[in-house]
Design a binder for this molecule. Structure first.
Ligand SMILES: Cc1cc2nc3c(=O)[nH]c(=O)nc-3n(C[C@H](O)[C@H](O)[C@H](O)COP(=O)(O)OP(=O)(O)OC[C@H]3O[C@@H](n4cnc5c(N)ncnc54)[C@H](O)[C@@H]3O)c2cc1C
Ligand code: FES
Length: 269
């Protein structure tokens, strides 16, 4: 699908966790076309002095209503500016200019029967549409989520509603689920399903690079295909500037057009 440049009205922008915000946008053409794992490149409203767009994965979409949701963490100038957007205020009524859908989507094997998805922090959001499509295809899907605290597990309720069972959770401070990093839950899930003779045949990970590297290593050890979503700093978002390169066994690749989703076996960590 060709890239669309669409001015999207901002319908909602609310704080949903510590430093975490959920923005809903009316973007019918992108909502109709976007695939799980792809992202939008946003010109942050009222930041005209800054020409660079910011990339955000799409957390959820409603193609019929023509809406998109992004879950974002305020980490710097642009995202901090976004937290102050009030949809009803006159200067925000013109909305945000989006380019999308950008990038390579998740590509689970066509014959996958059992999947394990691992989201660290805000990285749980780009896995939600993938979970929806796997569940719809009848793939048994387990989800592991890790965050610093219970309050930062903002996607948990939505995953539980979709899966019909709670996702496996870990928090750094032990305020919910397993205390510590979620990698221990991944190791256990791999071992238990293997011992039960029902091993996973697809893993997908999104989150901090150390988490993706560890889970990619676990997947490689048991020989299960694994995909990762690489969050590199981006400038053009269309493959022209090479600011987002990822080292792979096939040479340097651009996260914006060759990714952000990569076969974990190809990434040189
Ligand atoms: C494909 C893709 C999808 C993304 N999806 C999401 C998402 O769903 N939710 C979300 O909260 N964030 C997401 N990000 C990260 C988001 O784009 C950055 O946090 C944002 O651009 C920072 O802008 P800023 O102006 O606030 O930060 P800046 O002021 O430009 O930078 C502040 C800090 O943020 C870090 N940073 C800047 N850009 C990135 C980046 N691309 N990746 C990681 N760290 C960065 C910098 O290293 C710096 O420490 C995604 C990034 C990519 C590449
Ligand atoms: S952001 Fe310019 S090549 Fe990827």
């Amino acid at each position: 699908m060709a890239l669309v440049n669409e001015r999207a009205r901002i319908l909602a922008n609310a704080k949903v966790g510590p430093n975490l915000y959920l923005m809903e946008l009316a973007s019918p053409r992108i909502a109709a076309a976007i695939e799980p794992g792809q992202f939008v490149h946003m010109k942050v409203p009222n930041m005209e002095a800054h020409i660079l767009r910011r990339p955000f994965s799409v957390y959820a979409r409603d193609a019929a209503a023509g809406t998109l949701e992004i879950l974002y963490q305020a980490v710097g100038f642009g995202t901090d500016h976004m937290t102050r957007i009030e949809p009803e205020r006159a200067e925000h009524l013109s909305g945000a200019e989006l380019i999308g859908p950008v990038g390579r989507a998740w590509e689970p094997p066509a014959d996958a029967r059992r999947a394990l998805l691992v989201g660290g922090g805000v990285g749980a959001a780009p896995l939600f549409m993938l979970t929806e499509s796997l569940v719809a295809a009848g793939v048994r899907t387990d989800v592991v989520m890790g965050a610093q605290t219970e309050a930062a597990l903002t996607c948990r309720a939505r995953y539980e509603a979709l899966l019909g069972a709670p996702p496996l959770c870990a928090t750094d401070d032990g305020s919910f689920g397993r205390e510590g990093f979620c990698t221990s839950l991944v190791a256990e899930a791999l071992a238990e399903t293997d011992a039960a003779g029902e091993p996973y045949d697809y893993l997908a990970v999104c989150g901090p690079e150390p988490l993706m590297k560890i889970v990619a290593g676990m997947a490689a050890e048991v020989g299960v295909p694994c995909e990762v979503s690489m969050e590199k700093r981006m400038a053009c978002g269309i493959g022209a500037c090479l600011s987002c390169v990822v080292d792979t066994v096939d040479g340097k690749k651009r996260a914006c057009v060759d990714g952000p989703v990569f076969d974990a076996r190809k990434v040189v960590w």
